[in-house]
Every structure is written in structure tokens, then in C-alpha cells.
Design a binder for this molecule. Sequence first.
Ligand SMILES: [Zn+2]
Length: 252
Amino acid sequence: MTERGAVSSQCPSCGSSERRPYAPECGHALRECLTCGLVAMEHLPTAEEVARLYRDAYQGATAGYFAKAEKKLRRSRRRARTLFRAMGARPGLTLLDVGSSGGFMVEAARREGFTATGVEIDPVSVDYARRTYPSNDYFLGTIEAFAAVWSGASFDAAYCSEVIEHVTDVNGFVAALARCLAPGAILFLTTPDIGHWRRPKMLKDWDAFAPPSHCLYFTYRALAQLLAKHGLPVERRLFNWKPGIKVLARRR
Ligand SMILES: [Zn+2]
């Protein structure tokens, strides 16, 4: 975990030290990598600050967020089906949902035929998931903590939607996720796309621009380089009309 105040001189995605201040008018210290286009907060929050942020953020949003459970389940089922087919639609497939929130994808994946496990740092969300969708397993903690206790590279598929932009140690995060996956496993990952042609010109007008909760803003190139570095080369980029990146990556 990066200490508060520590300024990394290198881009966390591609390692380049060619970086410059980005959009200073927005009032946040951001840096843009001139090689891959990743925009990152200069001073990343500490682990304690992140924990506080999520406790507050989710407790404030829980009622409204979980009220849309049926809609979330439907979207999750479409994505679970894509993953199930990509893995050959055979019985006994397992899925890991990193940042599983209220358990919608975990439950959708179970209904498509997976045995699914959720990993989530927010206790309110894990409690909701356990009560609402009790047929699945949920782990309360970080993916790094889960990978440390999980026995080996065994999951056939992983899902990580709108999570990676929150992560302060993104290399530790992706490395831990990769460690849990079997060779040939598929990862479905989504995150906002700062390089998208429909992203509002003014950062403050973009609903995904939300520092300090969103501390990383990926271009497709930055995301693909980061994933490839950890043995997860992108196999397919899915079209997205909205300013977001959607990819399927395959574990080497
Ligand atoms: Zn870079």
C-alpha cells in the first residue's frame, strides 16, 4: 500500500516516468502518463482512508442501490452467460467476482451454472448478499487477503466490474486476482474509459470523475498493458457506446 504523500514517479500501468500534471483546473492533483494515457491521483489514499470511504459511501447508497436488484441481476445474467459460453459451457465451472457488492453477479452466475464466490470489502454489502442470495460463498476482505488464503489457481472465470478504478495498489490487486485463476480462465472486466470518444470534454461533467473514490482513470491501452503484465492479455474488447472499457482477458 502506498503511503499518503508518497508520489510515485512511474506509471503503475506501463512503468513510464514520462508523466505530466493533468487537468489542474479540477482541483485534484492528477498525473497523466504520456505513454499509455493512464490518469492517476498523485497522492493515493491510505488503507485506513479507503476503508472509511467505503463504509460511508455504501451505507449512504445502500437503500437506493439495492432497490434496483432485479435490473442488476438481469444485466449480470447476460454477462454471466457470455462468460459461461466463453469457458465452453461445461458443468462444474467456477467464477470469482472481485468487488461483488450485493451479490448480484454471484447469484446470476449461479443461475447460469457456475459455482460462484464473491469477494467484497464492504461489510454492509456482504451482509446483504448473504441474506438475499444465501446459496453462494462470500469473502469479506480484499482480493489480496482472499488470494493469501485460497488454495491455488483454480477459478475458471472472474468478473470485476467498476472496481479497478478505486484501487490504490493496482499491481498488487491484479497480481492477486491472477493468482486465483486457472490457466485459460477468462476475466470479464469493466472500468470507466477516459479515452472514450463520448467522454465529456470537461472532467467535472463526467459522472465517472469521482476522486478520491476513483483514483485511477484508464485508457484502453493502459488497462491492456496492466493486465498483460500480470499474465492476463486482453482477448477481446467489447464495444461500449458509453464511456467505459469492457474487456475479456484470458489467463496465460
Ligand atoms: Zn503508462
